[in-house]
Design a protein around this ligand. Sequence first.
Ligand code: DGL
Length: 255
Amino acid sequence: MIGVFDSGIGGLSVLSALRAAFPRADLLYYADTARLPYGGRSPALIRRFAREAGERFAALGADYLAVACGTVSALALDEITTAARCPASGVIRPAVDLLARDGRRRVLILSTEATANARAFETELLARTPGAVALSLGCPLFVPLIENGYFSPNDPAVLSLLGRTLSPGQTFFPDAVLLGCTHFRLLAGAIASLFPGIPLYDCGEAAAGAVPAEFGRGDGTLRVLVSDAPERFRRAAIRAGGLPDGVEVEAIQQE
Ligand code: DGL
């Protein structure tokens, strides 16, 4: 079974891509909604959350783990992989592979604050494309905004917040914008309106392609688990268009 992890609804796009690529795969999506958002937490706490999430996937019998969270990929991929006791991949390397393939050299990286501070995308980009230049912008309000259903490119409140947060990125004149948090795909329309003509790369879309085909065999089952407030998650996921029809959202037992 392939496990897919995010703090909230962001990783649902990775789940959809995996269902499309591997219709027979058994899939388990787990969102740590009790502790979302991760992006304003300290590295030590994110590592602890990642270990605990990994242990949960191990207990549930995951054979492969797709880490569909930029923040955990940036700060705690080793921790979650070790705890899950199965092979795993995150979003950093697959996203940078696409940028390198397309020869992008001046990249604006949008992410949570923790990911921006860790400079994980930047480090990987510079290793792959010597001479590349990156500007990382932490966007602390984007995940709460998206989880609460504010992502329309026509919403003046969304555009006003994005305009303030992203103005240093506009004067950087990037040749590519990397959405380095899986939630940000939902803001793609609004972000694109601030960067006309500049290609956007979504780390979640890239990540789905990193899962080896050998793990895509099974009976096509799907479970969706959250650590708190399943009904709230279900509503947010439906608004985001990421919950397959008829799928129940289960809450894990809190001790
Ligand atoms: N989707 C997560 C990411 O890619 C959001 C992290 C958070 O909860 O702040 O970073």
